[in-house]
Design a binder for this molecule. Structure first.
Ligand SMILES: C[S@@+](CC[C@H](N)C(=O)[O-])C[C@H]1O[C@@H](n2cnc3c(N)ncnc32)[C@H](O)[C@@H]1O
Length: 319
């Protein structure tokens, strides 16, 4: 699938048509010269931006598997005996991997609600006849009205950024989605690419992965009136450590409950070098053409400086 956009560029050091110049989360982007060589030299050179959708990401990874297993452990610990009665709200994803976690505990499909906002993924899940209630809707849409009944498990492995979802937990509580005892998992992107995320993170020290996880935890759980967090896992994972997850057991109570927090840095092995080729070329392009430091490259592409340095070292060895 590809999408084209025209734009004009005066930069003499613009990339050759073979260079993939930007690796976005969902797209590889390259510039192709539009203006023919025979045209007047003074005319601005026109480039066409070509976007190619990246291969679909699989969630069958070590880090995701670890998170699914942690969710299962926390649910078993708090609801083991009544698992068949649990109301579960979750984002199954096209591969439907998380579902097994709940079935292993004895959960009933009729008590489970899966949301999928992407039509293609939704249709693919529908074709699998998953058995639980499946809705083609966005979390924000589904949770904007009062819940019919609260959920004891809410697992939202979102693909969005902190800026969009920083008050989601407060909304879930206010609209009656959170049961008196509830296992909640929220997963968000820690990249600060979008203005709304930059605004939320502005002035906060998120210099290390651990600090970022702590900042996310504090932002997501602030103003939770009537609830205490009993156990929480702050998870930072993915090969780039851009994803930050918060898994916790919340309890409605007036008493102070001491929170036990565990910080876990999870990671998946780097994908095979061939898969990372376009991304490596993107780093290379930015480094050569703009002369930027690894720190700036990392910021531009939304990766950690260490990851950018590693990638650039790899690039300089000729991939
Ligand atoms: C990361 S996957 C879930 C993977 C699953 N937790 C697992 O471990 O296998 C998230 C899925 O939810 C969908 N999704 C992401 N954000 C959403 C939102 N705000 N509302 C509804 N669906 C969303 C995505 O399209 C994707 O299919």
């Amino acid at each position: 699938m590809s999408k084209c956009k025209m734009f004009t560029c005066h930069d003499e050091r613009s990339p050759s048509s073979k260079t993939w110049c930007v690796a976005h989360e969902l797209w590889y982007v390259k510039l192709c010269r539009e203006t023919k060589r025979s045209q007047t030299k003074r005319a601005p050179v026109k480039y066409k931006e070509i976007r190619i959708k990246k291969e679909k990401k699989s969630y069958n990874t070590l880090a995701k598997a670890k998170v699914r297993s942690l969710i299962g452990t926390l649910v078993a610990k708090h609801f083991g005996e009544v698992a068949h009665q649990l109301r579960i709200l979750f984002l199954p994803g096209e591969e439907n991997l998380e579902t097994q976690t709940y079935y292993d505990l004895g959960a009933c499909p009729k008590n489970m609600v899966g949301l999928e906002r992407e039509t293609k993924e939704f249709e693919s899940l529908q074709a699998k006849r998953v058995g639980y209630h499946l809705l083609n809707t966005d979390v924000l849409e589904f949770t904007q009205h009062m819940a019919e009944q609260p959920f004891q498990v809410i697992s939202l492995d979102l693909m969005g950024e902190l800026g969009t979802y920083h008050d989601l937990l407060q909304k879930l509580v206010a609209n009656g989605f959170v049961a008196d005892n509830c296992v909640v998992y929220l997963n968000l992107q820690g990249a600060s690419r979008r203005p709304e995320t930059i605004a939320v993170l502005n002035g906060l020290d998120v210099s290390t992965v651990e600090k970022r996880a702590k900042v996310f935890h504090d932002l997501l759980t602030k103003n939770l009136t009537g609830f205490k967090i009993q156990t929480s896992f702050q998870l930072a994972y993915d090969d780039s450590n851009l994803m930050v997850g918060l898994l916790m057991f919340m309890k409605r109570t007036e008493d102070a409950v001491t929170e036990e927090t565990t910080f876990l840095e999870l990671s998946d092995p780097e994908p095979a070098s061939e898969d990372r080729m376009p991304e490596a070329q993107a780093y290379d392009f930015i480094r050569r053409n703009r002369g930027l430091s690894s720190y700036t490259v990392a910021k531009t592409i939304g990766r950690r400086p260490a990851s950018a340095r590693a990638m650039m070292a790899w690039v300089s060895r000729g991939y």
